[in-house]
Each structure stands twice: as structure tokens, then as C-alpha cells.
Design a protein around this ligand. Structure first.
Ligand code: ZN
Length: 162
């Protein structure tokens, strides 16, 4: 993805208050060319997670909440974005308020994903999941396209009533 500066990142959030957007801890030293989206947990508040990506000509940022492991009753060990299989402790249920009317009505959306949101790094083999992966015949480019498609579908649902 194209590099973003901290101001662009903070201005991108569509589903949280301006106050929260301003207080977001933005990661540094991002190798932008090897990232399909920027995803991270706030080191000062690990229950807060963020996803920022180019989407239909704009930059969209989502503020998410990570369910605490003890209470999330994880039912999946596969990341819904990158399809990496993990032990359940490395999969987290993330939920985010929907933008616009649905969000004002208290509507949220959840998804299971890599706990560290490092999907781009798993796909590229920069880090390895802790359990062996099922064989896939897709090329890296095809897996990246699938990741983008799945993340975009999630973003589209968050933005549905914006
Ligand atoms: Zn993932």
C-alpha cells in the first residue's frame, strides 16, 4: 500500500470518536510496500486494535475491540482475512462499531483474525504461524488478492449505512 503519515492515519477513522482517533498510537517504521493493510494493536491499550487501508479511492480506518481470550469462546482457528491457521490463542475475535446510522443504533460487526493483525507478514513468510499450514496451490499474488477481497468485504459491511 501507499505510505501514510500519522495525520492521514488519524483522519481515516470512520467508526470512532474524534477523541479516540486523536489518541491512537500510530506504528512507526512500516515497510509499506509489503503491507496490504496496516493492522495493529495499541501497545498502551491492547484491547484496542486498528485497521487502515486504501478502499475505493480513499483511506479507511476502522477502530476495533479485541475480545479478551477468556471470554471470547473462540470458535475458529483460522484468520478470516488471510486464511492462516493458528492455535486458538493466536486468533482473536475483533469487533467494530458500524459507521453511520447502524453504528449510532449500537450495531457492531465481528470477525476472527490473527491476534496481531500481521496477516501481510504471514502471507509473505516474514513470520511463521505456530502450526503447519494446509497445502494451498495459490500463488502469493493470489493469496494477497484473496486477503484484500476479504478485508474489503468486511470494510464494506462496516460502511454499509454511512
Ligand atoms: Zn490473518
Amino acid at each position: 500500500m501507499q505510505p501514510l503519515d500519522p495525520d492521514e492515519i488519524r483522519a481515516s477513522f470512520v467508526n470512532c470518536s474524534r477523541g479516540e482517533a486523536k489518541s491512537v498510537t500510530v506504528p512507526g517504521d512500516v515497510p509499506w510496500a509489503d503491507r496490504d493493510f496496516l493492522g495493529w494493536r495499541d501497545p498502551k491499550a491492547p484491547a484496542r486494535a486498528y485497521l487502515v487501508l486504501p478502499y475505493e479511492g480513499e483511506v479507511v480506518g476502522l477502530a476495533l475491540r479485541a475480545a479478551p481470550p477468556a471470554r471470547s469462546r473462540v470458535r475458529s482457528n483460522m484468520c478470516a482475512f488471510c486464511s492462516t491457521t493458528h492455535s486458538v490463542s493466536d486468533i482473536t475475535l475483533f469487533s467494530g462499531r458500524r459507521a453511520g446510522k447502524l453504528g449510532r443504533e449500537g450495531n457492531t460487526l465481528g470477525t476472527y483474525a490473527c491476534s496481531n493483525l500481521a496477516c501481510s507478514r504471514y502471507l509473505r513468510g516474514e513470520i511463521r504461524p505456530d502450526i503447519p499450514q494446509p497445502h494451498e496451490s495459490l500463488s502469493l499474488e493470489e493469496r494477497i488478492a484473496r486477503l484484500e477481497d476479504k478485508v474489503h468485504r468486511f470494510v464494506a459491511r462496516v460502511l454499509e449505512s454511512r
